[in-house]
Design a binder for this molecule. Structure first.
Ligand code: GLS
Length: 827
């Protein structure tokens, strides 16, 4: 910081924001257009205008942001560092206009310049720096933390390419790079002066430090981590928190000596290699691949974040023994868990603390959230790889493990089986570090993300740890931000709610309960139904404009949007559609007897996940047959808009009648889409899985279509021996549907195209699609019957909204504060 004496009075504090008037906004907008974009209004492109608008909104938030940074620094209160490899932010402009209360002023200001603000809104490319639920959850959490004025900072990675852009080529997924930065990124502030050097590779050595034997790491190569700051404005509370994302850059532009010897490409090679670290988001959701670059990414961002926090956020001379009073690092899944040995290394090797002291600090400074139950999603790193990339960290992990296993022996005796099961180092199929175990040993608390998930985590995934660390395990059920997913996404419903119960529910979502008595009021039901119809019209327009897709008029909108994964069971829905279609095309069912439905899918498959990609192909193939068969009389439509993302979610969710949450019980940790739909008045058809359980408890059995086996039933069927072909044989509808797919009816007569899907279901079916088909079909028939009584349906939809206030991410934050963080509730 500079110590230049300040003489001008204006320079003493943050500058005042521009006047919050239409004129003030116009002036700031034109200033930005002229002085930053370097164009006159008359010659400006839409992109210039969008950038100038974004900059203007930023300018309004700036004074508050600077003030909050100062305040957080001065107060030195305990804060949260949220460490997440993913933030699926969604568009920023709308959110920031909403948070700052500038929406109307901005709309009017732009109109007075002859600009339709909605056209500029559409230009924003959302930062897709996450895969799905986990990344979106992190974005909801930082929104809530800002809105609740909790001292906090989010740390992550600024991927140059986020989640790929999905297109369909002859019904099959193709992936294009996500060039979200191509047209400029007005929401970020690079701070090269705050860059950190992050090292990799090399070896360790011991040395004598004034009579004490110490170890140091002699790395082989390094990169620069350059922070980019993003504003995270609270909802109309004058607060702006920070999200700090790291970008990798070469330490030197190139190696001058090699360059001078004439080898240009060799001179830049190492540098290109370094900047690759933050180049691209790994597109696997729930099934990480143990790739070296991914470990580099993980270490890169947590090492930079920890150092940033210690160097920049703590007051000078801060005694690190008091670190647990200043910070809790929340580990969003295992991706940032390498932070544990990194903090140990910094404390012991760099700051000279002894091991025991450092461990005492470390184990109070971390908490770990687990987001999965799938065994293949629990990250492990081979000892070989970890030792090559981070040799000192591997030594530290070994020592943590040694001491931990010693304490296990003390408690349980020499129970070698148990010791092997609990070791942070696994031996099969290769020697590797189990990151979830490391996080559990180091974390002050470990939480699952819904009641059922937390219980299964305790009892089935980590039972030995739960016994060894009583009190360490807890639950925090996920939540979603009502600002983005209700107020922004569903303006019509938001107005109806505010007209009915007044405003303020946006930050106190339990108030939605006040809607409950209105469910009995016919006039309110009519108004609610009108909102839903309006949202369907908006979606119809959007899908037509975006993809040329036609939503059926007067149809039940049946929506399944989420990553394509076998455990989520998009195949159940496909079989349902094929069953309906088979009835009509075989002449057994009259089209006019079918409830008109439009099925909407949105799903990306990991590029290397062949079965998931085949299922996408099948959905598109079924769609093109069903949508074009005149016998169906337009009563069934299957739509699959490509590139499902946050922006599309904001349109689809408010329009839905039916929300498909149909994973095999015990597989979906929580789900958060399920909450968004219920809050927007869709009824759920779902299994007893993840947060569905809590949704059903809250909205009531009458307002939820439950089907399928429970988790204990699933376990029992596995134990007994699951033979999917028996279900195929035993259910005529199922047989007909599967046979129709196998016959080539959806692949131009070619029986081989979808054969792998059919045989996978018949002979393997890990996620028990066939076992749950009968009960799913039954539940869908109940849906049809219920939809026939529109008024009763609307009543149920209203009760869903009224009873889902619990699922605000503000409540999740309160739970984290109370059960895990113990931070002051507000700044
Ligand atoms: C996930 C789970 O699969 C979801 O059930 C959960 O809602 C989400 C947030 O907790 O985390 N885990 C994961 O790896 N991706 C997810 O979406």
């Amino acid at each position: 910081m500079s110590d230049t004496p300040v003489s001008h009075p204006l320079a003493l504090g943050p500058v005042a924001p521009p006047a919050s008037t239409v004129d003030g906004f116009v002036q700031e907008f034109l200033n930005n257009l002229n002085f930053r974009q370097g164009v006159a209004l008359s010659t400006s492109s839409d992109n210039d205008r969008y950038l100038a608008l974004a900059e203007t909104v930023r300018d309004y938030l700036m004074a508050r942001w600077l003030e909050d940074q100062r305040r957080q620094h001065e107060r030195q209160a305990k804060g949260v560092c949220y460490l997440s490899a993913e933030y699926l932010l969604g568009r920023q402009l709308d959110n920031n206009l909403l948070a700052s209360g500038l929406n109307e002023i901005a709309t009017e200001a732009l109109a007075s310049c002859g600009i339709d603000i909605d056209e500029l809104r559409r230009l924003e490319v959302e930062p897709g720096l996450g895969n799905g639920g986990l990344g979106r959850l992190a974005a909801c959490f930082v929104d809530s933390l800002a809105t609740m004025s909790v001292p906090s900072i989010g740390y992550g990675i600024r991927y140059e390419f986020g989640i790929f852009r999905q297109t369909f080529v002859e019904g099959q997924q193709a992936e294009q790079p996500d060039q979200w930065l191509a047209m400029g990124s007005p929401w970020e502030f690079p701070h090269p002066e705050a860059a950190q050097t992050i090292s990799f590779g090399g070896h360790t050595e011991s040395y004598d430090d004034d009579g004490t034997q110490r170890t140091r790491w002699v790395p082989a190569w390094d990169v620069q981590a350059v922070p980019y700051n993003y504003m995270v404005p609270g909802y109309r509370n004058g607060r702006v928190n920070t999200l700090r994302l790291w970008s990798a850059e070469a330490t030197n532009a190139f190696d001058l000596r090699t360059f001078n010897s004439g080898e240009y490409s060799e001179a830049v090679r190492a540098q290109t290699f370094a900047s690759n670290i933050s180049k691209v988001l790994y597109p696997e959701d729930s099934t990480p691949q143990g790739k070296e670059l991914r470990l580099q990414q993980q270490y890169f961002f947590v090492a930079a974040s920890i150092r940033d926090f210690l160097d920049r956020q703590l007051a000078e001379g801060f005694d690190l023994k008091n670190l647990p009073e200043r910070v809790i690092f929340q580990l969003n899944d295992t991706h940032p868990v390498i932070a544990v040995p990194e903090l140990m290394r910094v404390l012991v090797d760099e700051r000279g603390l002894d091991w025991a002291e450092a461990w005492e600090i470390t184990r109070q400074c971390f908490a770990y959230t687990c987001h999965t139950l799938l065994p293949e999603a629990l990250e492990v790193w081979s000892v070989d790889l970890l030792g090559r990339l981070l040799p000192r960290h591997l030594e530290i992990i070994y020592r943590i493990n040694e001491e931990f296993l010693l304490s296990v022996r003390e408690q349980f005796g020499d129970d070698e089986m148990r010791i092997r099961n609990m070791s942070i180092i696994g031996e099969h199929p290769e020697r590797s570090v189990r990151m979830a175990y490391l996080a559990t040993v180091a974390g002050a608390k470990v939480n699952g993300v819904a009641e059922l998930h937390s219980q299964l985590l305790r009892d089935k995934v980590l039972p030995d740890f739960a016994e060894f660390f009583p009190g360490k395990f807890t639950n925090v059920t996920n939540g979603v931000t009502p600002r983005r997913f209700l107020r922004l996404a569903n303006p019509a419903l938001s107005s109806l709610i505010s007209d009915t119960i007044g405003s303020g529910w946006e930050t106190d979502l339990d108030r939605l309960k006040e809607l409950e008595p209105h469910a009995e009021n016919p006039a309110f039901r009519a108004a609610f139904a009108e909102v839903k119809a309006h949202n369907k019209d908006r979606l119809r327009d959007e899908l037509m404009l975006r993809d040329g897709l036609v939503v059926g008029e007067g149809h039940l909108l049946d929506v399944m949007v989420k990553r394509l994964h076998e455990y989520k069971r998009q195949m159940l829905q496909v079989l349902h559609i094929v069953t309906l279609y088979e009835g009509v095309q075989s002449g057994r069912v009259k089209a006019s007897d079918i409830t008109p439905r439009t099925f909407i899918f949105g799903a990306k498959a990991a590029p290397g996940y062949a079965m998931a990609k085949r299922i996408i192909h099948l959905i598109n193939a079924v769609g093109s047959v069903v949508n074009n068969d005149p016998r169906v009389e337009g009563r069934l439509k299957v739509l699959f808009p490509p590139n499902y993302n946050v922006t599309l979610a904001e349109r689809v969710i408010p329009a839905a009648d039916l929300s498909e949450q149909i994973s095999l019980a015990g597989k979906e940790a929580s789900g958060t889409g399920n909450m968004k739909f219920a809050l927007n008045g869709a009824l759920t058809i779902g299994t007893d899985d993840g947060a569905n359980v809590e949704i059903r408890e809250l909205v009531g059995d009458d307002n939820f279509f439950l089907f399928g086996m429970t988790e204990p039933e699933v376990a029992a069927l596995w134990a007994k021996g699951y033979r999917p072909s028996e279900f195929y044989q035993g259910n005529e509808d199922l047989r007909r549907a599967m046979d129709l797919i196998a016959s080539g009816a959806f692949s131009g007569g070619d029986r081989s195209t979808f054969e792998p899907i059919v045989s996978n279901l018949l002979y393997d079916d890990r996620f028990m699609v066939l076992a749950d088909y009968g009960s799913y079909l039954q539940a869908q028939r109940t849906v049809d019957a219920a939809y026939a009584d529109q008024d009763a349906w609307t009543r149920s939809a209203i009760l869903n909204v009224a009873r889902c206030g619990f699922f605000s991410s503000d409540r999740s934050m309160r739970d984290y504060i109370e059960r895990i963080w113990h931070t002051p509730p507000s700044l």
